[in-house]
Write a protein that binds this ligand. Structure first.
Ligand code: PMP
Length: 447
């Protein structure tokens, strides 16, 4: 039996069993026998609606765990790293080559970045305890935001405590029910949740397809007040990027705003790592909202919006995830500030990342691996075509000392389940050769 056949049979079997379980859910209130000790229901609400273990999410999780167990795999999630994770990492005492962290320029774990965090902790304490607007801020907040604005060449920036909350709060606040959000079909969950929160109508256009966006705008723009187009600077499942000048031209013609999420492109694209703007050499003002995270290249935690003064002031005074949430602790702001300075001083890191990513892509293609649309900039998928296969190859690589995450359905369509390799400027050509040798050997030996 071929490997895809074997794994898809197992998936069908598990799905069948799950469907069977769903059919046998109690339709009527449970008897006292079914829920010993529970008081009789007076509302007529079926018991499955009051139990977490009957929640569809938990049922799906249980199905995945059972599938992994039957294939003899360990859970590929929540691995416990003993220390900092970069190009290498130690997991429960064993050292691994690591392709599962966003430490693109190697700043997390850099002694100078650590020192900045320690100094800030000593000086400001571990928490600012409340919202900056009411409880006051620390100079380091302003310094970080000024450095981000400078990196983008825009008026100002505002830093939130979470990258996810940055998108949720920004879209959720700026738009309302008379507005429209048009987003690339592959944008991150945080943008979708923000759009939902806003009450705006939401439409997806085909991934990286400006013509599909144009078509939606031509048909629907006139029915809405504000229109926000949301794209990413580098798509983290596929490692491809948008044709920014085309999107800018379209958004101008249709009088829409353009928001670019640079979670994975800041630090990665462009000569100095300054992102999509530098890659295409366009003025910063071509994009209305630059969004980024502090958790990846910038070695911290949180998110930011950079743009014109009116935008940043509006969010700083009114966006719920900023206004009603605690300010970033100083020891979290400080590493990102230090990383920004080091990016400027050591542009060779971005160059090394570009070169090693390209090396990975070329060598993977030489071996006939399917790397999809990746341009070879920090993110390279190897598409394997089924979730059980991706999980089992990831497991086999882990046993050989290589840590790479499988991306399974429903995160991607089942037929494009994959391994996703994140590169760091500290990976070497020998690391890549050894990893691709192991991967091809595992695939060749797979039943
Ligand atoms: N946007 C994108 C494109 C992301 O990939 C992520 C998370 N990886 C986020 C936003 C959320 O950022 P954070 O993890 O820093 O909250």
């Amino acid at each position: 039996m071929s490997r895809t056949r074997h794994t898809s049979d197992l998936k069908q079997q598990l799905l069948g069993e799950a469907r069977g379980r769903r059919r046998t859910r109690p339709a009527a209130p449970p008897s006292r026998d079914e829920a010993p000790g529970a008081p009789p229901s007076t509302t007529g609400v079926p018991e499955h609606l009051t139990r977490f273990d009957q929640h569809p999410g938990y049922q799906q999780l249980s199905m995945m765990r059972e599938g992994a167990r039957r294939l003899g795999l360990t859970d590929p999630f929540f691995k416990r790293h003993d220390g900092n994770a970069g190009a290498t990492t130690t997991i429960q005492g064993r050292e691994y080559l690591n392709f599962a962290s966003y430490n693109y320029l190697g700043f997390s774990g850099d002694p100078r970045v650590n020192r900045a965090a320690q100094d800030a902790l000593e000086r400001y304490g571990s928490s600012v305890s409340a919202s900056r607007i009411v409880s006051g801020e620390r100079p380091i907040h302003g310094e970080l935001e000024a450095a981000l604005a400078e990196a983008y060449g825009v008026d100002d920036a505002v830093a939130f405590v979470s990258g996810h909350a940055t998108n949720v709060s920004t879209l959720g606040y700026l738009l309302g029910p008379r507005d429209l959000v048009l987003h690339d079909a592959y944008v991150h969950n945080s943008a979708l949740v923000g759009a939902q929160l806003s009450g705006a109508q939401r439409m997806a256009f085909a991934h990286n397809d400006p013509a599909a966006l144009e078509d939606l705008l031509s048909r629907h723009r006139h029915r809405f007040e504000r229109v926000m187009i949301v794209i990413e600077g580098l798509y983290s499942m596929d490692g491809d990027l948008p044709d920014l000048p085309r999107f800018v031209e379209i958004k101008r013609r249709h009088q829409a705003w353009l928001m670019v999420d640079e979670a994975h492109s800041f630090g990665v694209l462009g000569e100095r790592g300054l992102g999509l703007r530098e890659h295409f050499d366009v003025p910063a003002s071509d994009v209305d909202i630059w969004m980024g995270t502090l958790s990846k290249t910038l070695a911290g935690c949180g998110g930011f919006i950079a743009g014109c003064q009116a935008l940043v002031d509006t969010l700083r005074y009114l966006a719920p995830g900023f206004l009603y949430s605690v300010g970033m602790p100083a020891q979290v702001a400080a590493p990102s500030l230090a990383a920004l300075a080091l990016m400027r001083e050591e542009p060779e890191r971005a160059r090394r990342l570009r070169e090693i990513s390209r090396y990975f892509l070329d060598r993977a293609r030489d071996r006939g691996l399917d790397t999809g649309e990746s341009i070879g900039a920090a993110v390279v998928p190897v598409i394997l075509g089924s979730s059980p296969l991706a999980a089992s190859v990831s497991h086999a690589l882990f046993e050989r000392g290589i840590n790479v995450q499988p991306i399974l359905h429903p995160a991607v369509p089942e037929k494009s389940a994959r391994l996703r390799f994140f590169l760091s400027c500290d990976h070497t050509e020998a690391d890549i050769d050894c990893t691709l040798d192991e991967l091809t050997a595992i695939l060749a030996a797979h039943p």
